[in-house]
Ligand binder design. Structure first.
Ligand code: CUA
Length: 368
């Protein structure tokens, strides 16, 4: 992140290892400071008044007091203003935390009792361990195979629920190499407490090496295989409308439906259209597609999404806009902080000729 971030260290808090950590801690410290200030002030005044105005004579009566308008306005307006600073600051941190940037490294996450499964766009899979490069924006698209889980990385100050039948997203930018705990933060059954692992933040070059060592095909290529195996290609042809719509170039675009409504083709819509295709039919097509609910694993659905997404990314290598205008010379901040984004040179391909439909690099995959 380019913003100057406050570097505040809160005692008893975990290490700060993401671009959000300082900010979240500063907000937290502010809340603690306000709470402490008012607790101390009120306690001190109670004790002071109790002593100062104690009853000195059994027959003593206090003087009657009418209200005071200025006093009432003061104790209404000042707390309101303090509460609004908390609201404004909290909202600004929240929006940046919960709005994933367009150009980010995509990682798919499936939670299940009791493990975390990660798949990188380049195809590597990991269980209970997630390798990410230092200084890159990483976006996780997450779902659950069974019950509600919640992915929590304290050192990054990020936590998001992971729900069955839905995609949730979370993003972060690690600012410090190292190994950090990740937890499940939602009670999900007997071994909930064991559903954890590590995030390994690596120097970008080490990460590239790690990625290259994984030697597997990209998530999109794996999705392409599922697409072929399941016979999707017989109806969804590449260039002309078959029994189903052409999937090339649709991701991220609006899609008109038979009922006249329009939806954006995003992860959630593609997922629904695979598992429950008749729910939102694309305009001009009948309810012919078989229902795949229960036929595909969550990972296969995510791979299919990566594949369908790649059909659009390939057509639009410039996706992400302005940041793509970087020319020679020293790498800009946006390049440095996003070594795998669409504006940067692609990572070494895991294996030459293995599908090649690498999601974010805009590389021209073989036509399907
Ligand atoms: Cu998964 Cu708790």
């Amino acid at each position: 992140m380019q913003l100057p971030l406050p570097q505040v260290r809160v005692p008893f808090s975990p290490e700060q290892a993401s671009s959000f950590a300082g900010e979240v801690d500063a907000l937290y410290l502010y809340l603690v400071a306000i709470t402490l200030f008012f607790s101390l002030t009120i306690t001190t005044l109670i004790i002071f008044f109790a002593v100062r105005y104690r009853r000195r004579d059994p027959g003593e009566l206090p003087r009657p007091r009418a209200g005071s308008l200025p006093l009432e306005v003061m104790w209404t307006v000042i707390p309101l203003m303090i509460a609004m600073t908390i609201f404004a600051w909290g909202a600004s941190v929240y929006f940046r935390l919960y709005r994933a940037p367009q150009e980010a490294m995509e990682i798919y996450v499936v939670g299940k009792q009791w493990m975390w499964k990660f798949q990188h766009a380049t195809g590597q899979r990991e269980i209970n361990e997630l390798h990410v490069p230092l200084g890159a924006r990483v976006k996780l698209t997450m779902t659950s195979e069974d019950v509600i889980h919640s992915l929590y990385v304290p050192a990054f100050r990020v936590k998001t629920d992971v729900l069955p039948g839905r995609y949730t997203q979370m993003w972060f930018e690690a600012t410090k190499a190292g190994r950090y705990y990740l937890f499940c933060a939602e009670y999900c059954g007997t071994n909930h407490s064991g559903m954890g692992g590590y995030v390994e933040v690596m120097e970008p070059t080490d990460f590239q090496q790690w990625l290259a060592g994984g030697a597997s095909e990209s998530a999109a290529a794996q999705g392409g295989k599922v697409f072929q195996e399941r016979g999707c290609a017989s109806c969804h042809q590449e260039d002309r409308a078959g029994r189903g719509p052409v999937l090339k170039g649709i991701f991220g675009k609006p899609q008109e439906l038979t009922n006249g409504q329009t939806v954006t083709v995003d992860e959630a819509y593609v997922r629904e259209s695979i598992l429950d295709p008749h729910a939102k039919l694309a305009a001009g097509f009948g309810p012919l597609m078989p229902i795949y609910r229960g036929q595909l694993s969550e990972e296969q659905v995510l791979q299919l999404i990566a594949y369908i997404r790649s059909l659009t990314d390939d057509a639009q290598p410039q996706r992400g806009g302005g940041a793509g205008t970087v020319t020679g010379g020293a790498p800009s901040e946006s390049q440095r902080s996003n070594p795998l984004g669409p504006t940067s040179p692609p990572p070494p391909p895991p294996r030459q000729g293995a599908g090649g439909a690498d999601t974010n690099t805009g590389a021209q995959g073989p036509g399907r």
